[in-house]
Design a protein around this ligand. Structure first.
Ligand code: NI
Ligand code: MN
Length: 224
């Protein structure tokens, strides 16, 4: 299983012929590692519908035939554009032949670019025996510690940019609550308000928690 960072909060998770895209914001992303028309997709998972997460979802889904998973209000909007959707709410798990995704809470706001209000989510993804927790856009909150209970989270994708999400200091406490083996920082350096020091975050996490940090530049891949 390979995890390719596409920049901001976007990833391509691949295993054999399966490609799961998460939050594919490429067009308009100054640090995008790929263009929307070159990506394959089996399934597209969305944390929420802000423009920097919804991104190129509809165009990619229409071209590839990928199913989109999003919280129900957002899924209804996307499904109305002729795309196959799954529409769970928080706590729901969607199962596919490649694995599964569960929607878990995130503390944030969200209205889609078309005006659909909805609640943001984190994504607990099982793919090829690997558990990946995409934390989405959130501040620090204590229920982060509930997400991984009873299982081991192999990798957590954690926002550190501040301003729109928790900053790199609160993210150290979030990492301690989440308890993942490995953490990849996301949602930073894309725009001036969210510039931060990912190497300082790595040093703090590795000094203060039992997790290790892998800093990926947009375009880099890593296998858990
Ligand atoms: Ni957002
Ligand atoms: Mn965002």
């Amino acid at each position: 299983m390979e995890l390719r960072y596409l920049g901001h909060s976007a990833f391509a998770l691949t295993d054999g012929g399966t490609t799961v895209l998460v939050d594919p914001f490429l067009t308009g992303n100054p640090r995008a590692a790929a263009s929307a028309d070159e990506l394959e997709a089996t399934t597209i998972l969305l944390t929420h519908g802000h423009g920097d997460h919804l991104g190129d979802t509809v165009a990619i889904a229409k071209r590839t035939g990928a199913t989109v998973v999003a919280i129900v209000e957002l899924a209804n909007e996307i499904g109305g554009q002729g795309v196959d959707v799954r529409d769970p709410n928080l706590g729901g798990t969607e199962t596919f032949d490649w694995g599964s995704v569960k929607l878990v809470p995130a503390w944030h706001t969200a209205v889609s670019p078309s005006g659909t209000a909805h609640t943001p989510a984190g994504l607990l993804i099982e793919l090829a025996g690997t558990t990946i927790y995409h934390v989405g856009d959130t501040c620090l909150f204590s229920d982060l510690q509930l997400v991984g209970r009873g299982r081991e989270i192999d990798v957590a994708l954690v926002p550190i940019g501040g301003h729109y999400t928790m900053d790199r200091h609160d993210a150290v406490d979030a990492v301690r609550l989440i308890g993942a083996k490995t953490v990849v920082p996301i949602h930073y350096d894309t725009f001036p308000p969210i510039e931060t020091d990912a190497q300082a975050f790595k040093a703090d996490v590795e000094a203060q928690t039992s997790s290790s940090v892998v800093v990926l530049a947009p375009g880099e891949s890593w296998s858990p």
